[in-house]
Design a protein around this ligand. Structure first.
Ligand code: SGN
Ligand code: CA
Length: 534
């Protein structure tokens, strides 16, 4: 197999080297399909963990390719993650540190480079940049977060609203592009970007009932008391009991709330208002009985039973949206198979970050703690990746740009900061040498109140520095404490580890050109924008 892979790569290189001769067709270069969902936790992909949901179609990518068990993001929030993916540079270099400011379109992105090198490029779905993507022959993107039902899309020629369910529509758009506008003389690069399973977790009608009768196992840390993390994890506003809203998130109707006289009722409606009368009728048929049942139980609930009820309702809708993603990923993979496109196509499945499914009592992301720092990553590339391989090297979303450029035979710009994953994909691990990865989260003060922090993760330890509003260091021992509930930074037994990890962290900060001065500049920027008022 190794010999075969080697021969294949030699052939690829031979094809690339023909690029300079205009008469030689270059269509043998591999196609790239980049599938990304929004907030899809690896805990909700059965290739990683089958306790919550079965995702046979997403799993197919790992079965036919490689499952990464240590993939992470550099900044666990939507638009910054997308900017890192497109530019191959950390947030402090590409400038997109948070979801607030628009993306600086003077950045060079890998789709621009691929297009220049002769690839046909398209993007469908969620981008969340505040401006249109560059480097695409065609795009149809959701404005901002987008809507689950009857969503609006931005296109190069104006806006359009499409009736239906967002995950189905994004797939329809991709398949329509393949069917009607693909140039078979060129290799293609498709970015197929789902909104699901982002908050407020609204499934397709056919999946309303898939999970509403099911209960999910409770995570070990659902009732985390944040001891030893009182000033970091403690103040975050993403606790299911305290911060997840019965109306907005869990679809309890206003009339039930009134009947129960629930205090602090948030009357901001969720997006149910977008359903047309027919869609609303099927919605009510499923959700009304759930709410009636809740109305009966609520008077006897205490904090702990309410927490569990909210967690189960959260999981039911969250997993329902994933059933739609999995089905649609299957539809796209089938299309590639049926049209003889799979053989020469590298397919990636990932998420813009991980997500808390009740771990530490939370929903949302942002922290460097595992469930939001790590992200799912499955890649298939027929004849190159040995099917069914598991890879535990520490890879990041920072690495995609250089990977895709290498796959396409394009030399990456020197200032990109990742590493191509090709040696891992081809089984030449000896060429891969990474001992730790860097992380930096900025969006604070902001929704969910997760404080600014940066840190380093190795396979054994994680060292985090929360540096704004507090000055707190945390150290986690991954093998002894995989749930990251014991901060051992002050433990004398770990003094040497702390010294060593601090050294490694400083090396990484230097390597990636991050610094305290930059932190101050970003804070000053927040002040000038009125986002920090002191
Ligand atoms: C919205 C959500 C937040 C979420 C951010 C960022 N609130 O603001 O819960 O953290 O998006 O998500 S909501 O009320 O609008 O649902 S991200 O994936 O775009 O980064
Ligand atoms: Ca996201």
């Amino acid at each position: 197999m190794k010999l075969y892979r080697h021969t294949f790569l030699v052939l690829l290189i031979a094809v690339y080297s023909c690029q300079t001769e205009p008469d030689v067709p270059v269509k043998k270069r591999p196609n790239i399909v980049f599938i990304m969902s929004d907030d899809h936790a690896y805990q909700a992909i059965s290739a990683y963990d089958d306790r919550l949901i079965n995702t046979p179609n997403i799993d197919r990518i790992a079965k036919e390719g490689m499952l990464f068990t240590n993939a992470s993001v550099t900044n666990s929030i939507c638009a910054p993650s997308r900017a890192v993916i497109l530019t191959g540079k950390h947030s402090h270099i590409n400038g997109k540190i948070d979801n607030i400011s628009p993306f600086d379109t003077t950045n060079v992105t890998f789709p621009q480079l691929l297009r220049k090198a002769g690839y046909q490029t398209a993007m469908f779905g969620k981008l969340h940049f505040g401006n249109n993507p560059k480097g695409f022959d065609e795009f149809k993107i959701l404005p901002g977060q987008g809507d689950y039902y009857n969503p609006k899309f931005i296109t190069a020629t104006g806006d359009t609203t499409i009736t239906g369910y967002v995950t189905d529509i994004i797939t329809d758009l991709a398949i329509d592009w393949f069917e009607n506008r693909r140039d078979s003389e060129k290799p293609f690069m498709l970015m197929y970007l789902h909104k699901a399973p982002h908050r407020t977790w609204m499934p397709a009608e056919r999946h309303y009932k898939d999970f509403t009768q099911k209960t999910s196992p409770l995570p070990e840390t659902l009732f985390d008391d944040y001891v030893s993390r009182e000033t970091t994890a403690g103040p975050a506003e993403m606790n299911i009991l305290k911060h997840m809203q019965l109306s907005y998130d869990l679809k309890v109707t206003d009339s039930v709330a009134k009947q129960l006289d629930i205090k602090n009722w948030n009357t901001i409606g969720n997006r149910i208002g977008r359903l047309n009368p027919e869609q609303k009728k099927s919605w009510d048929a499923v959700y009304d009985p759930i709410n009636e049942d809740f109305a009966k139980r609520f008077p006897n609930m205490n904090d702990s039973t309410l927490m569990v009820w909210k967690y189960q309702r959260y999981m039911q809708d969250y997993l329902g949206t994933i059933a739609g993603v999995d089905e649609n990923v299957g539809r796209l993979l089938d299309y590639l198979d049926e049209n003889n496109l799979s053989e020469n196509t590298l397919v990636v499945y990932t998420s813009d970050q991980g997500f808390y499914l009740g771990e530490h009592g939370w929903f949302d992301k942002r922290f460097m703690y595992n469930e939001s720092f790590k992200t799912p990553l499955l890649i298939k590339w027929p004849h190159v990746i040995t099917p069914g391989t598991t890879e535990d090297e520490m890879v990041q979303n920072l690495d995609f740009a250089q990977t895709f450029l290498e796959v396409a035979g394009v030399v990456p710009p020197e200032d990109m900061q990742g590493e191509s994953l090709v040696p891992l994909l081809t089984g030449e691990k000896e060429k891969w040498n990474r001992d730790g990865v860097y992380y930096h989260f900025y969006e604070y003060p902001a929704e969910h109140a997760v404080k600014r922090h940066y840190g380093i993760a190795t396979k054994e330890y994680k060292l985090i520095h929360f540096y704004y509003d507090v000055d707190v260091w945390e150290l986690y021992d991954q093998s002894k404490d995989p749930n990251e509930i014991n901060n051992v930074y002050e433990d004398p037994e770990y003094a040497d580890v702390v010294t060593d990890m601090k050294e490694k962290l400083e090396e990484l900060r230097k390597k990636y050109k991050d610094s305290d001065e930059l932190n101050t500049q970003f804070i000053e920027h927040y002040k000038s924008e009125g986002l920090i008022t002191e």
